[in-house]
Design a binder for this molecule. Structure first.
Ligand SMILES: Nc1ncnc2c1ncn2[C@@H]1O[C@H](COP(=O)(O)OP(=O)(O)OP(=O)(O)O)[C@@H](O)[C@H]1O
Length: 340
């Protein structure tokens, strides 16, 4: 449904060329939630703005539902853009207009009748849970409520695609969670395709089916969220994971554990979670597995378990143990698990 083919984007500033995107290709299926994560300056904003041609790629092609937007005339492009809604970190609401008018005014510009506009405003304010705030002004709303108005405004054009540019970056964790839950609901109930950019791993984890990791204008890794986050290949993905590691074990304690064995992280995806692998290890291998920390992370479609385990024993026995755990479809990480 969204297809970006070999997109590059150069900006020329003071005769110097800045390359924001280098040969980026992405395909997003209908109904999917696709996320792009990267540090500041990676090229995420430029990429998302290429999808609705707010930025014109220097080279490469943008297809929406198989139609190349770059060859459309003004009127056809305007129509094609109606299929694509967008929300932003800063909400972009009209401060002098009520919640109702913030949604109604852009609809008026598309030539819809008053009655249809009233129906749409009511429907989408209901979906975002703000039916009772139609007469309020943006200044009277919290950040989360402002983002809900912006979502209702985007949805009121009944788009097939929603672009989200750091929509939750300015919100506190609880409000972020409520907006993410709303986006999931919209995706499920309205079948909307969502393409989002973020610098927060937790947003990708909670919302997305697939993810692309960007660095220096390039996609360095892409795949399903579970694949990329449980078996990261690029340095930048590992760095995101390390920075968001939940199990921060003090260095002193790590040092003590290192004297007597090794610390590993065991990740359990799908069926691996139902195997009593560690109990088996303690019975059949000459090692003592000691669970130091653990938890379950909720991804969009599944829950993934993680355990930090100290394996005490001789090197050869530990190696055999790890080989056994891996044979049970458990992902074993030896380095960088402890965020030290
Ligand atoms: N209009 C512009 N003119 C010149 N250079 C630009 C322009 N927009 C972006 N750039 C440059 O392109 C590169 C990518 O920027 P972009 O804003 O796409 O990154 P980003 O990943 O979205 O970063 P952030 O998370 O900080 O917004 C940066 O080096 C930036 O300075």
């Amino acid at each position: 449904m969204i297809e970006l083919k070999n997109i590059s984007k150069d900006y020329t500033v003071d005769k110097k060329v800045i390359t924001a995107l280098k040969d980026v290709s992405v395909q997003v299926n209908a109904g999917e939630i696709y996320g792009v994560i990267g540090y500041s300056g990676a090229g995420k904003s430029t990429l998302i703005r290429c999808i609705n041609l707010l930025e014109t790629p220097t080279t490469g092609q943008v297809f929406i539902d198989g139609v190349n937007l770059q060859v459309l005339d003004k009127i056809a492009l305007r129509q094609a853009r109606q299929k694509i809604g967008m929300i932003f970190q800063g909400y972009n609401l009209l401060t002098t207009a009520t919640v109702y008018d913030n949604i109604a005014i852009p609809l008026k510009l598309t030539g819809l009748s008053k009655e249809v506009i009233a129906e749409r405003v009511e429907k989408y304010l209901g979906i975002v849970g703000l039916s009772d705030r139609a007469t309020a002004y943006p200044a009277q709303l919290s950040g989360g409520q402002k983002q809900r108005v912006a979502i209702a405004r985007a949805l009121s054009h009944e788009p097939e695609i929603l672009l989200s540019d750091e929509a939750t970056s300015a919100l506190d964790p609880n409000t972020t969670e409520s907006i993410l839950a709303l986006l999931l609901e919209i995706n499920e109930k309205l079948g909307l395709t969502i393409f989002l950019i973020t610098h927060e791993l937790s947003v990708i984890q909670r919302l997305c089916d697939r993810v692309a990791v960007m660095e220096n204008g390039e996609i360095v890794e892409q795949g399903t969220v579970v694949e990329v986050f449980t078996q990261p290949r690029s340095t930048v993905t590992k760095s995101f994971l390390k920075n968001s590691a939940k199990y921060k074990i003090p260095e002193k304690i790590v040092g003590a554990f290192d004297q007597t064995g090794v610390l590993i992280q065991c990740t359990f995806v799908g069926d691996a979670a139902s195997q009593p692998a560690l109990a088996y290890v303690s019975k059949h291998f000459n090692v003592v597995p000691n669970i130091i920390a653990g938890g379950i992370d909720q991804f969009k479609n599944e829950a993934i378990g993680n355990l930090i385990v100290h394996l005490e024993g001789r090197t050869a026995d530990i190696t055999n143990t790890i080989t056994y755990l891996e044979s049970q479809a458990i992902i074993v990480t030896k380095e960088g698990v402890l965020n030290v």
